[in-house]
Every structure is written in structure tokens, then in C-alpha cells.
Ligand binder design. Structure first.
Ligand SMILES: *Cc1c(COP(=O)(O)O)cnc(C)c1O
Length: 232
């Protein structure tokens, strides 16, 4: 078992390196977030030993449990799932990145909690870029007002945008969605002021990380390719 994670992890690092090489990018520009959802703590610890720093969870309760059981200051924890404002208090004492901010109210609550704990939380605004009915993220039209709101925050740093592409094996289907996220970032770059910086684009998962890198991703969220298939 143990060997498997190491082998898979190295395969993912190789995929990233190769994809960067193919489009003239530097692999150091890319943050790999290992999406550990549903997997045992031992898998997380094994990856920490291999040098992995960033880990992501998509449920508030799972993240809370993980924070309790794995107390390791070397880890940067990301929340990547649907964000309910009333769950922010369960993670704000330790989470480093909340990638799924989709409204001002969530930023306001993150700021309140981060301020109370006198710590900084990085946020990404999730934008709905896929054409699937199941809507996640804000509408592109709402970005301007959310980012403007973020400028004056003190404990919350709005570092970029996050997008989930349509779930498919077809790279050419997701490419325009990644292009859309990047063009939305470029379009709003003039709002990078105060606590808003927008240097990150979190896009790309197991099936589409190469396309995401070609289209400018700076943060990949990879689960299956590192940890193996999930049972649910
Ligand atoms: C599960 C999940 C991922 C990782 O998906 P894989 O296809 O297993 O790599 C990435 N982002 C989010 C938001 C997820 O929920």
C-alpha cells in the first residue's frame, strides 16, 4: 500500500513537470494541493513525509476532524468544498486557504473569525465556469462587487479565483472553461488593491491538470491520481 502512494505521487509530480515543460512554464509556479477527502490520516502523514505541504478537504466536518487529529504546523490546509457561512467558525482557527468563497457574506464572516484569532486566511473566489446545472461558485457578474469588498479587509487576503470544470475526460471540453476563468482574472486585475491580489488560478484536477497548466493554472487540486479511487 505504502509504496503505491509514493509511486502515484511521483507520477503526478512528473505529469506536472512534463506539462510545464511542454508549454514553457516553471513547475515552481504551481502549487499542488493534495485532496485527501475520505482518505485515512495515515495517507496524509505519508505524503507529508514525502514533502507534500498543501492538503485540501471538501467538507467542513472532515476538515475539522482532520485539524484535530493531525496537528502539524508544516501543513497548509485548504477548504475546497461548498462553503456554508455558518461552518466557517469550525475551521477558521487553523485553515490557511478557503477556495470556495462565493459571496461577500462569506468574506465578512472569514474576516470576523480571522480577526478574532489574529491570523491571516487566504481566500479564493470560486466562479461558476462550467455549463452544468449544478451551480457552484458565484456568477461572473458578481465578481466585481465581491472583489471590491475584499480590498479593505485586513485578515483575509483574496489571492485569486477558483473554478471547477465540467466533469469529463474530454480535455477540449474543459479548455474553454479554464480560459474563461483566466480571462475573468485578467479582466478584474485592476481590482488588485489592498487585500486583493489575484495571482492565483486554482483549476485542474486528476483528469485535466495538463490542460489547466497550459491555460495558466497556478494551483492544482488533485485527489484520485495521488490517493487512488475513492469509494464515494
Ligand atoms: C474531489 C475534488 C477535487 C479532486 O478531484 P480528483 O478528480 O480526485 O483529482 C478537486 N476539487 C474539488 C473541489 C474536489 O471536491
Amino acid at each position: 500500500m505504502s509504496d503505491t502512494i509514493k509511486v502515484r505521487y511521483n507520477e503526478v509530480l512528473n505529469r506536472i513537470e512534463k506539462a510545464c515543460h511542454n508549454c514553457g512554464r516553471n513547475p515552481d509556479e504551481i502549487v499542488l494541493v493534495a485532496v485527501s477527502k475520505t482518505k485515512p490520516d495515515s495517507d496524509v502523514l505519508e505524503l507529508v513525509d514525502l514533502g507534500q505541504v498543501h492538503f485540501g478537504e471538501n467538507r467542513a466536518k472532515s476538515l475539522e476532524d482532520r485539524l484535530e487529529k493531525i496537528q502539524n504546523d508544516a501543513i497548509q490546509w485548504h477548504f475546497i468544498g461548498t462553503l456554508q457561512t455558518n461552518k466557517i467558525k469550525y475551521m477558521s482557527h487553523r485553515v490557511n486557504w478557503i477556495q470556495s468563497v462565493h459571496k461577500k457574506k462569506a468574506l465578512k464572516e472569514i474576516e470576523k473569525r480571522a480577526s478574532a484569532d489574529n491570523r491571516v486566511i487566504n481566500a479564493l473566489v470560486q466562479v461558476n465556469i462550467s455549463d452544468e446545472d449544478q451551480k457552484s461558485g458565484c456568477d461572473p457578474d458578481e465578481l466585481e462587487s465581491i472583489l471590491t469588498y475584499g480590498q479593505s479587509l485586513k485578515f483575509t487576503k483574496v489571492r485569486g479565483l477558483m473554478g471547477m470544470a465540467t466533469y469529463t475526460d474530454d480535455a477540449e471540453k474543459v479548455r474553454p472553461e479554464f480560459q474563461k476563468l483566466k480571462s475573468l482574472r485578467d479582466k478584474h486585475m485592476h481590482l488588485a488593491n489592498g487585500s486583493v491580489s489575484l495571482e492565483h488560478l486554482s483549476m485542474g484536477m486528476t483528469n485535466d491538470l495538463e490542460v489547466a497548466i497550459e491555460e495558466g493554472s497556478t494551483m492544482l487540486r488533485v485527489g484520485t491520481a495521488i490517493f487512488g479511487e475513492r469509494n464515494y
